[in-house]
Design a protein around this ligand. Structure first.
Ligand code: AVJ
Ligand code: FE
Length: 442
């Protein structure tokens, strides 16, 4: 078939796809076969679902919705169609039992890979007359969907028992650095923040559009993320046993689930430990604490402060004293390991402030990397939002007032997802993600 758009670099798309697939395969290979159909996070599908979901999503999106092809396997393309984020565990559908074997899923995935690579090589995947394909929309949708789920997989793997996953060979022991730097604040003066996608960027998810500016009043914000040391003060103050700092939703969540500390912490014989991906280690005091939005907001209130809004995050990360806005907190240079902990550079976080070359113009550290940043902003469409033709349910299903925006990146976020306009979202009581926070005040 003829190509109507020469702007897409087909080889680049194919190598991106291959890199995605290899990274996913390595992750699934590390799971003990007995755990393949297990569900380490009750709210999400079992592990095996995701090995079918990624190729089935690519087939459904690019080949069927985009190019108008028939099914490769209609049963699998329904079974593996969508992930879930139900209200509570009772709402998890009991999927068809048993799940297909890994060999069956891999046979399907192999056929899907061949068909997708064939489309990348020679079909009209950027047909400007087709809204699903124009500009390569479906191709990019597929290529960014897979790394997003690689993060899902990592935080699911995080909950697997240590004897159900194979530690990567040659992995260095976790280094527990000492105490964090003293708490400090930066002042961000009033100014303009641009939210939403840069018109020049080749792709953005629907919730990144349309771009617009917001006037942000002055505020102060912590230079460093709240650390395990900081949060230990909150825990030891008895905050989990008191109603004081909790809002209604957070308080109910804490009570119903008997939450006494962050999910990543464990208490053994009176001593605090951190559940790392591969090791249980004495609580690293200089690492950012990973918590729910409910815990983050309660901590901030306990300090007499609050979380940053999404617009304030943009000011803190991308604003400059001169008024221009940067591509990254540190400037225009492409993301690399000196600027922050992201792109799978490590399995666990680094001490706060370990990447001074990634600090923003106001000297605020780790705004991109080392853990997503919770904001106080409820996930909602920008004025003028339109669902994307390649995946109309992507965001629209989550504009329910129960999800909060997270910004930045975690150690498990691929670098291709790092851009100012990328918006992540989770329920305020979802405890599994690599999400940190800092406090702010007007
Ligand atoms: C944007 C990370 C919240 O994992 O639920 C993957 C991404 N959506 N497949 C999720 C997503 C559909 C989504 N998050
Ligand atoms: Fe998905």
């Amino acid at each position: 078939m003829v190509t109507t758009d020469t702007a897409l670099d087909r080889e680049l798309l194919a190598s991106w796809y291959a890199r995605n697939r290899e990274r996913s395969e390595n992750l699934f290979d590390s799971v003990h076969p007995d755990a393949y159909a297990s569900r380490p996070i009750p709210l999400r599908n079992p592990i095996c679902f995701y090995e079918g979901h990624m190729p089935a999503f690519s087939v459904n999106t690019l080949l069927k919705r985009g190019l108008g092809d028939g099914a490769l396997d209609s049963q699998y393309e329904i079974l593996f169609e969508r992930g879930i984020d139900p209200e509570d565990e009772g709402a998890v559908p009991e999927a068809r039992r048993p799940w297909p074997s890994r060999d069956e899923i891999l046979a399907y995935a192999g056929a899907a890979d061949r068909a997708i690579l064939d489309a990348f090589a020679s079909r009209d995947i950027a047909d400007p007359s087709n809204p699903v394909l124009a500009g390569g929309l479906a191709a990019y949708t597929v290529l960014e969907h897979e790394p997003m789920h690689q993060e899902t997989l990592r935080y699911i793997w995080h909950r697997l028992p240590y004897d159900r996953k194979a530690r990567p060979e040659g992995l260095a022991a976790v280094r527990i650095e000492g105490e964090p730097p003293a708490r400090r604040e930066a002042r961000v003066p009033a100014g303009r923040a641009t939210l939403g996608a840069d018109p020049d960027q080749p792709f953005g998810w629907d919730n990144e559009y349309p771009p617009h500016t917001v006037e942000v009043p002055p505020f102060s914000v912590d230079v460093h993320s709240v650390t395990n040391r900081d949060f230990l003060e909150f825990v030891e103050s008895g905050a989990y046993a008191s109603d004081g700092p909790w809002d209604e939703e957070g308080g109910a969540w804490r009570e119903q689930n008997a939450v006494r500390h962050p999910l990543f912490w464990e208490l053994h014989r009176g001593q605090w430990f951190w559940r790392g991906m591969w090791d249980l280690v004495p609580l690293p005091m200089s690492w950012p604490v990973y918590v729910t939005h409910a815990e983050a907001a309660a901590y901030a209130r306990w300090r007499g402060r609050r979380l940053m809004s999404e617009a304030e995050y943009h000011r803190a990360a991308y604003g400059t004293p001169g008024g221009e806005e940067r591509r990254y907190p540190w400037g225009d240079a492409a993301p690399d390991a000196l600027r922050g902990r992201f792109d799978f550079a490590a399995w666990d976080p680094a001490p706060v402030g370990a990447h001074p070359r990634g600090a923003s113009a106001w000297g605020v550290h780790d705004l991109v990397g080392n853990g997503w940043e919770w904001t106080s902003t409820v996930f909602a469409p920008f004025e003028g939002f339109r669902p994307m033709p390649s995946y109309p349910q992507y965001s629209a299903d989550f504009f329910d007032g129960k999800h909060y925006v997270l910004k930045g990146a975690s150690p498990a976020t691929a670098k291709e997802l790092i851009r100012p306009s990328f918006r992540n979202w989770f329920r305020g009581t979802y405890p599994y993600v690599y999400a940190k926070f800092r406090t702010a005040a007007s």
